[in-house]
Design a protein around this ligand. Structure first.
Ligand code: MLT
Length: 236
C-alpha cells in the first residue's frame, strides 16, 4: 500500500486533477470538523451532508426540512443555523440528519469525491480507521489534512502521522514521512493539539475543553464513509 499525505489546502485544491480511482482518501480536520462528525456518528446521527457554502446548506435544508443545519465560519455558529462546530453540540444526535459547512473540513471532503473511497478521519476514531484500512488494504492511501483557511494545520498532520504509524506501509511519500516525523515531536496527542495554532486559538476563546475532547485517541469505534456526498457510519 502506497501512502501519501496532502499537507495543506493548496494541495487539496489540486486534487481534482489527480486520478484517485484506486485511492482511499482519509480526511482529517481535527479541530474541529471531522472530530465533530465522528462525535455525531458515535452518538447515532444517521447521515451527514458536508457542503462547501452556506447557500448550499440553506438550499439543501429546503429539500430536507427536518435536517439540522450545522457548521461554522471563523469558528462560530452561522446565523440562522441550529448548531455550530463544537463537538459537544453533536452528542445528542440519535437518528438526526445533519447538513454542515465549515471553513476547511467540508471543502476537503468534497474535494475527494472522485476517490475510490472517502473516510472521515479523527483522533477520536483512529483505531477503527486503521482496522478498516488494514481490512481493505487499498492500493493507494491519501491522507488529506484539511488545514485552516490557506494554512497547514499541525493537528491534522499529527493525526495523519499517527494513522501511518498504525498501518503496515510499504511505500511512504516524502509528505507521509514528514507526517510520521511530526508524531515524534509530542509525547501525547493532547500536547500536539495544545501546541497547534488552532488549539491555542480555541483555548484563548474559551474552547479549551473542545481541544481536549478532540485529542482523545480511539475513543469511538465508528468510521464515517462518504458516498455520493453523504457521510454515514460503517462501524458501530
Ligand atoms: C474547519 O473546518 O476549518 C474547522 O473545523 C473550523 C472550526 O471548527 O473552527
Amino acid at each position: 500500500m502506497k501512502i501519501d499525505v496532502a499537507l495543506n489546502p493548496a494541495e487539496i485544491a489540486r486534487l481534482h486533477r489527480r486520478d484517485l480511482s484506486r485511492t482511499t482518501c482519509v480526511v482529517f480536520d481535527i479541530l474541529r470538523a471531522t472530530s465533530s462528525m465522528i462525535t455525531a456518528l458515535a452518538h447515532h446521527a444517521r447521515r451527514i451532508h458536508p457542503v462547501c457554502t452556506i447557500e448550499e446548506a440553506r438550499q439543501l435544508r429546503v429539500e430536507m426540512p427536518h435536517a439540522l443545519l450545522g457548521g461554522e465560519r471563523h469558528g462560530e455558529l452561522i446565523h440562522g443555523f441550529d448548531v455550530g462546530n463544537s463537538p459537544f453540540e453533536y452528542r445528542d444526535m440519535a437518528g438526526q440528519t445533519i447538513i454542515t459547512t465549515t471553513t476547511n473540513g467540508t471543502v476537503a471532503l468534497r474535494a475527494c469525491e472522485n476517490a475510490a473511497s472517502v473516510l472521515v478521519g479523527a483522533l477520536l476514531n483512529l483505531s477503527a480507521l486503521a482496522e478498516e484500512i488494514r481490512w481493505h488494504e487499498p492500493e493507494e492511501l491519501l491522507l488529506v489534512c484539511a488545514g485552516t483557511f490557506e494554512e497547514f494545520a499541525l493537528e491534522d498532520a499529527y493525526a495523519a502521522g499517527l494513522l501511518i504509524e498504525a498501518l503496515p506501509h510499504h511505500a511512504l511519500s516524502d509528505s507521509a514521512h514528514a507526517a510520521l516525523a511530526i508524531t515524534k515531536l509530542f509525547p501525547t496527542a493532547l500536547a500536539a493539539l495544545r501546541e497547534a495554532r488552532n488549539g491555542k486559538t480555541l483555548a484563548a476563546n474559551g474552547r479549551g475543553k473542545e481541544v481536549d475532547w478532540c485529542a482523545q485517541v480511539s475513543q469511538f469505534n465508528v468510521v464515517g464513509i462518504m458516498e455520493q456526498s453523504v457521510i454515514r457510519p460503517i462501524k458501530d
